[in-house]
Design a protein around this ligand. Structure first.
Ligand code: SF4
Length: 216
């Protein structure tokens, strides 16, 4: 957080650099309207200005890591007996601790939707499990920094039943992998954002009347 206090003044320059890089890599940038670019800059400046309060109060004075990439081992029961070590892999926006057994995790959301936090239960529960697997204790504070919302800091209580459901989902995924079961989901609700969609059998092109078709 070395840039605290000057983040708002860095927004335009950062956007310019990002746009240049995207174009150099062959990407195409299209704006929704003439006002789109100005609006995005305005909202980014607002977000980084507002988020400073949360950072100063809840993060900066403590030991913390931004963009914390993790690969945390966890032992799970194997369907053919015994246990096996798996790794929980991902990245948290901000995590740290305020003292012994006093860990925190925050995810940053650039949303204006005051109800968006309802969609983050699984993500935050997963992070809480990672903290627990890594440190042996559950985090004391888990939540969102959502500076464009009415409630700019949203603390979420990770309920025991969420934790149990997440463990079951992880277990279920492990079993699928151990059983070489690559059957895709029957519904499409998660496919839009899926990182491996290009390799998924559900989206494999098929020949129809001599034409290559893909279900989207
Ligand atoms: S696209 Fe991704 S989420 Fe959807 S079924 Fe395939 S692997 Fe699962």
């Amino acid at each position: 957080m070395d840039n605290l206090g000057i983040m708002p003044s860095m927004v335009e320059e950062h956007l310019e650099k990002t746009l240049t890089r995207v174009e150099e890599e062959g990407g195409i940038i299209s704006w929704k309207s003439r006002e789109d670019r100005r609006q995005i800059i305005h909202e980014c400046i607002l977000a980084v200005t507002r988020i400073e309060k949360a950072l100063v109060e809840r993060v900066i004075p403590f030991s913390y890591t931004p963009a914390y990439r993790f690969e945390v081992p966890m032992r799970m029961p194997h369907p053919r007996g015994g246990t096996e070590v798996i790794h929980l892999v991902g990245e948290m926006d901000i995590t740290g601790f305020r003292g012994e057994e006093d860990f925190f995790v925050y995810d940053v959301k650039h949303t204006k939707n005051d109800e968006y936090w309802r969609k983050t239960a699984a993500q935050l529960t997963f992070y809480a499990l990672v903290v627990e697997a890594e440190n042996g204790v559950r985090p004391k504070e888990v939540g969102l920094f959502q500076p464009l919302c009415t409630e700019q800091v949203k603390i979420i209580e990770v309920r025991d039943d969420w934790r149990q459901q997440m463990l079951q989902r992880i277990m279920s995924m492990c079993n699928d992998i151990w059983n070489n079961d690559e059957t895709p989901r029957t519904d499409y609700s998660k496919c839009g954002w899926c990182d491996v969609k290009h390799a998924c059998v559900k989206f494999r092109p098929v020949m129809v009347n001599g034409k290559k078709m893909m279900e989207l």
